[in-house]
Design a protein around this ligand. Structure first.
Ligand code: DGY
Length: 326
């Protein structure tokens, strides 16, 4: 008999096919996030869980699943929805989907950067509304991107991919991270390691690529916006909680910074109402990894992790809590 897995939202067909070939799949029948009760009920009796970043997986869910549960394979690279300690305490491997969404996410971060600098969204709205009466010297003038300074906060896979894109725009690149990258990497993308305040003061665009941890919660707040140039922009494709959203709205209202382009929000799916009213803010509904190729690959990576544990009795390739194997 095939092992039973619970998938908390239907994935692209290419991924569902592989899951259905290998497992007895139960899937959320609705086109919406499951309620907590539905998640607990769906997990019951599963050998494996495949949750999304919108599903909080903690001790309660692991207990509700039952003692046969052998793996939780997240459909995301970020895993702040996991209580990793709860999985580790029960010796349940927990996995994520690193690597496959790096370029897709960096592409969208660059799209946001270009959109906010060149006022793409309000200009599109204006043209569609039939307001375009002819070329004008000051019509939707924005800021240049080329030859400006890009500040990358978090120089992991996605931060590095942003630096590579910035090179194509002849940008100067500064970055922060826990430690500097290897000199050959810095040379390749012409990036300079600096402290946080230097980056805040010198960058024209600041793009966030740190994971959400207790240390990075509200990594950007009032004192940080106060250090930024008044014409600088913030781009966030990481996690909403990395920015204090009220402080960001206040800084924008006060003209302390030039604008923001956001794919993620502090209280998703809610967006701070002040941000929605601002023309110098671009908002997207958390779609940085949303290309069909990448969303399919993410599902295939989750499937690989489930197959390793449930069919082969092996350690999964994208294990987040290796200590369970001793
Ligand atoms: C992730 O994977 O963490 C993204 O936020 C969604 O793809």
């Amino acid at each position: 008999m095939k092992p039973a897995i619970f998938v908390t939202r239907r994935l692209p067909e290419g991924a569902m096919r592989v899951l259905e070939e290998n497992f007895n799949v139960t899937c959320n029948p609705h086109d919406r996030v499951l309620s907590r009760e539905e998640l607990l009920a769906g997990a019951k009796g599963a050998d494996g869980l495949l949750p999304l970043l919108t599903d909080r997986i903690d001790g309660e869910v692991l207990e509700a699943a039952g003692p046969q549960l052998k793996i939780v394979a997240n459909y995301a690279v970020g895993f702040n929805n996991f209580d990793l300690a709860a999985g580790t305490a029960r010796k349940i491997p927990m996995t994520n989907t690193p690597g496959v969404l790096t370029d897709t996410t960096a592409d969208l971060a660059m799209a946001l950067l270009l959109a906010v600098a060149r006022r793409v969204v309000p200009a599109d709205v204006y043209a569609r509304a039939g307001k375009y009466q002819g070329w004008a010297p000051l019509l939707f003038v924005g800021s240049d991107v080329h030859h400006k300074t890009l500040g990358i906060m978090g120089f992991g896979r996605i931060g590095y991919a942003m630096a590579r894109r910035a090179a194509g725009f002849d940008m100067r690149v500064l970055y922060t991270d826990a430690q500097p990258a290897k000199p050959e990497i810095e040379r390749e993308v012409n990036a300079k390691f600096v402290d946080k305040d230097t980056l805040l003061k010198e960058a024209d665009f600041i793009t966030l690529h740190v994971p959400l941890t207790p240390e990075t919660r509200h990594y950007l707040k009032a004192r940080d916006f106060a250090l930024m140039k008044p014409e600088a922009y913030v781009i966030n494709t990481a996690r909403g909680e990395v920015i204090n959203e009220q402080d960001l709205a206040d800084a924008l209202k006060a003209g302390q910074i030039g604008g923001a382009a956001l794919d993620v929000f502090e209280h998703e799916p809610k967006i701070h109402p002040d941000l929605l009213g601002m023309e110098n803010v671009v908002v997207l509904p958390h779609i940085a990894s949303a290309s069909i190729e990448t969303r399919t690959k993410m599902g295939l990576i989750s499937a690989e992790n489930l197959i390793a544990v449930l069919l082969r009795g092996q350690r999964p390739p994208n294990l987040l809590n290796p200590e369970i194997y001793g």
